[in-house]
Design a binder for this molecule. Structure first.
Ligand SMILES: Nc1nc2c(ncn2[C@@H]2O[C@H](COP(=O)(O)OP(=O)(O)OP(=O)(O)O)[C@@H](O)[C@H]2O)c(=O)[nH]1
Ligand SMILES: [Mg+2]
Length: 361
């Protein structure tokens, strides 16, 4: 299970620069709109410093962190739904994404072209929202005749058609589907297969400069613009420079623009938060590994992420918290101090749980 984030935004706002910084890639990032035409896809490991310590404690041969996949696509402009710029057909490249990561320009740099000639995050966000809504309307208009036809014989399709029509009304009102779903107005599950953009969870990356990163009032203003969605602040150009540096130099450069951790860490956390995900850990001589689960997952559900048999045959989970393991230095010592717990099928997993499942197949 890898979390996939689709990167959208106006042209020339730093999407590919951010993609390169995150995925250690070297795709074209250039100072003109529509530098990106074909999609770029890259996978990154989710940084988790606890795993190194676990591997030490268990003598693990390798470390397998959770992963996040980023897909970088062309920029979208006002009128894209009518074919302006590159049009919007390329959005198909992120239809399977779990969430949308919208990059919004907040940095000032006279040398970097803004397609509308001015840096205006509120207006940029509105443009993208409108275009995604229009793209969804096109998807529905295309799908509806088919759903209605199939619905004459198939009850499930008939229900999908009804939900699609309700979605169409919301979009025609100029509202996003995720907002309507959050308000309880519509249940989008029946039309999940339409992969509608405005139904996906969003998180916003404000591509900022030092001036913004060190200005709490400005950051709050931008945060308010997108709330309740998560806002991440980073400087993509600086993030890209980090790749050339060792850890100490990288930390120093980040600090110089007012950041205390690399953008990847911040963004991955926000991505996990937006999607309501968390990880738990397993460790042994072969490997230390992180597994991605929904927040609130029970022990058997967590076991099911490793193998469906583990969920079916679940007996119990032997769990020790990372902090206890770290303190006592071994499972045996943690056990001596009563820190290794036996948990049953109703146990709700916590962040930092190091788990061994007992099951029966
Ligand atoms: N000053 C500054 N320039 C940046 C920053 N991020 C990106 N740029 C510059 O902005 C220009 C566009 O960057 P890209 O990463 O190609 O932008 P994009 O959003 O992928 O653009 P398209 O692919 O054309 O949609 C490049 O010249 C970058 O060097 C930043 O944080 N600060
Ligand atoms: Mg690009």
């Amino acid at each position: 299970m890898t979390l996939t984030l689709g990167i959208v935004g106006l042209p020339n706002v730093g999407k590919s620069t951010l993609f390169n910084a995150l995925t250690r890639n070297d795709v074209l990032a250039a100072n003109y709109p529509f530098a990106t035409i074909e999609p770029n896809e890259g996978m990154v490991e989710l940084p988790d410093p606890r795993m190194k310590r676990l591997a030490e404690i268990y003598g693990s041969e390798r470390i397998l962190p959770a992963t996040v996949t980023f897909v970088d696509i062309a920029g979208i402009v006002k009128g894209a739904s009518e074919g302006e710029g590159m049009g919007n057909a390329f959005l198909a490249n992120i239809r399977e994404a779990d969430a949308i990561c919208e990059v919004v320009r907040a940095f000032s740099d006279e040398n970097v072209i803004h397609v509308d000639g001015r840096v205006d995050p509120a207006s940029d966000i509105a443009v993208i929202e409108t275009e995604l809504i229009l793209a969804d309307l096109q998807t529905i208009e295309k799908a509806l005749p088919r759903l209605q036809k199939e619905g004459r014989k198939d009850k499930e399709k008939a229900e999908e058609a009804v939900v699609a029509e309700a979605a169409q009304k919301i979009l025609e009102d100029g509202r996003t589907l995720s907002a309507a779903a959050k308000g309880g107005e519509i249940d989008l599950a029946p039309i999940h297969d339409l992969h509608l953009m405005s139904a996906k969870p969003f998180l916003y990356v404000f591509n900022s400069d030092e001036g913004v990163l060190t200005d709490d009032a400005k950051k709050q203003e931008l945060r308010d613009l997108v709330a309740p969605a998560e806002a991440v602040f980073l400087d993509a150009a600086t993030e890209a420079e980090l790749l050339e540096l060792d850890d100490d130099e990288a930390a120093e450069l980040l600090a110089s623009v007012g950041q205390d951790e690399p953008g990847l860490a911040t963004l991955a956390k926000a991505g996990f938060g937006t999607l309501g995900l968390q990880t738990y850990l397993t460790a042994g001589p072969k490997e230390t590994r992180a597994w991605t689960i929904p927040q609130g997952a029970t022990a058997p559900q967590a076991a099911g992420v490793i193998h469906t048999d583990f969920e079916r045959g679940f007996i119990k989970a032997e769990i020790v918290g990372f902090d206890d393991l770290d303190e006592y230095g071994s499972v045996a010592e943690a056990r001596n101090h009563g820190k290794v717990r036996q948990e049953g099928k109703d146990y709700v997993m916590k962040d930092g749980d190091v788990v061994e499942f007992r099951f029966n197949v």
